[in-house]
Design a protein around this ligand. Structure first.
Ligand code: PMP
Length: 350
């Protein structure tokens, strides 16, 4: 049987699924509702892209106050997670729940990984975290801050303690940092900790189509991870468009600020709904949970929202059972979502 040729760890792996249900209001993938036109970037199609994305890395280095040699470019940060696990390897320590690609990539590469549950507030649970570090000596620790899908930021001091106590590398995944408190990034701490790496993406601030992620950190580590990077991993259009679009800082900021304002409105409105607990968020999405005694089931809510042409992400597993993650959209999209939620809850309670 040709299926027998497939590696056992790949056979056992459940693929990362992306919901394809067509809905006009898509609040399921943590994208920005505000995009930018791409048509004006005219490039020759016959030439390979700059393999080292030099202009883009120089541009970002200035923005982030680091040297270009401290930045590695990826086809989205997903690719950088893959490169890290390829170049450094496991064991990897991963909190749970968090972004599922850390575990999926570790497993696809046959690298050991172990999960440590977050506490009731979805913060790092220090006793088991430190015990796991001592016992397993992880080479990589993945911390999404703010965390996907819970939306909270792990306590700053706890993260510092982990960086200081581990002999491994700590990857601070700051995909959602632009929506969090100003000055709360770990980029400023890079000169102090050689074992700290910060990961950034442009996907959440309106450039998801470009697939651009970055790893920032110690030159020696960046150089090592760069050895496993595929030659032309970031295409010419993405390199040129990122610089062109990011130069217009005002427009980027406007989109981010609108999402922050709308997130706070959405949180207030979700909190008012019967039978729902909303979790406060520092990201561009909100986690909410259906009361287990509610007559409305998670499956029914998901289906009814789709009938109203609205797609949000239904979560499963342990503390995420009965939970949903809704991405902050435009004011109009958020209003449509809240109005649909109200209608569905009212109908169920009749
Ligand atoms: N990290 C986190 C925490 C994410 O939520 C996501 C996207 N869902 C990514 C990384 C991957 O982002 P990218 O589009 O840059 O691959």
């Amino acid at each position: 049987m040709i299926e027998d040729l497939i590696k056992p760890n790949i056979k056992a792996l459940k693929a990362y699924t992306i919901e394809a249900t067509p809905c006009s209001i898509r609040l399921d993938a943590n994208e920005s509702p505000y995009g930018f036109p791409l048509g004006q970037f005219r490039l020759p199609t016959n030439r390979y892209p700059d393999p080292d994305a030099r202009s883009l890395r120089r541009f970002l280095a200035e923005k982030w106050g680091v040297e270009p040699e401290c930045i590695l470019h990826g086809n989205g940060s997903d690719e950088l997670i893959y490169y890290l696990l390829t170049a450094i390897g496991g064991p990897a320590l991963i909190p749970a729940p968090t972004f599922s690609m850390y575990r999926i990539i570790a497993e696809s590469l046959g690298e050991k990984n172990f999960m440590v549950a977050l506490d009731e507030q979805f913060d790092l649970d220090m006793e088991p975290m430190l015990a796991a570090i001592k016992q397993n000596n992880p080479k990589l620790i993945f911390l999404s801050r703010p965390n996907n899908p819970t939306g909270n930021s792990f306590t700053y001091g706890k993260v510092i303690e982990i960086i200081e106590k581990t002999g491994g590398l700590v990857i601070l995944d700051e995909a959602y940092q632009p929506f969090s408190t100003r000055g709360d990034s770990f980029v400023d701490l890079l000169p102090r900790y050689r074992n700290l790496l910060v990961m950034r993406t442009l996907s959440k601030i309106g450039l998801a189509a470009l697939r651009l992620g970055f790893l920032i950190g110690d030159k020696a580590i960046i150089e090592a991870v760069n050895k496993v990077r595929l030659p032309y991993n970031v295409n010419s259009l993405s390199q040129a468009a990122a610089i062109g679009i990011l130069e217009d800082e005002k427009s980027i900021e406007k989109g981010i600020n609108s999402v922050i304002d709308e997130r706070d409105n959405l949180f207030a409105e979700l909190s008012e709904l019967d039978g729902i607990k909303a979790y406060s968020s520092n990201a561009n999405f909100i986690l909410f949970k259906l009361n287990i005694n509610s007559p409305l089931t998670a499956d029914a809510l998901h289906k009814k929202l789709i009938e109203d042409d609205i797609l949000i992400k239904k979560l499963v597993g342990g503390p995420l059972d009965n939970c949903f993650r809704v991405t902050v959209g435009t004011p109009k999209e958020n209003a449509a979502f809240i109005s649909s939620m109200k209608k569905i809850i009212e109908e169920t309670n009749k």
